[in-house]
Design a protein around this ligand. Sequence first.
Ligand code: S3P
Length: 172
Amino acid sequence: MNIILIGYMGSGKSTIGKKLSEQLNFDFVDLDDYIQEKEGLTIPEIFKTKGEIYFRKKENTYLKEVLELNNVVVSLGGGTPCYGSNMEAILNAKDAHSIYLKLSIPNLVQRLSSEKSQRPLIAHLETDEDLTEFIGKHLFERSFYYRQSNQTLLTDGKSVEAITEEIIAGLF
Ligand code: S3P
């Protein structure tokens, strides 16, 4: 079985994915890290030198590769489910359980405010107000895809341990 973590930037996909994989004794794949390794460039470098369309094409190729693995926890990028046939591929993947980690906008803003430089889509936003407005619109568009996940988990105010336990309890 594979577990696929879905959610907006800053929703904790990587941190929770890592912890979950340790608890389940599964391998862990962070799709952004996988792309960076394969391409030999960081995500901001890929966006800057090759553009977003190139990134989305590679993201689709490497997503399909990781969906072929077994007994892995996969943390996707925030945009992964929202492009091309990616969500369909996630939902049709054999033995895969997809989980949307849903965090409220104020909490996303708080997390992303200090981390935006590494994220090309929000790096240009100067104030928390700009960030709030951007995330509000962006999340509204993306929720259409996120909501198709097999499970939605509300994560506001919960620790990484609590979220991990909740996921495991729902699996067995
Ligand atoms: C993106 C999210 C990022 C990364 C890229 C694009 C997005 O991943 O894939 O910067 O479109 O939301 P994280 O969600 O891990 O930040």
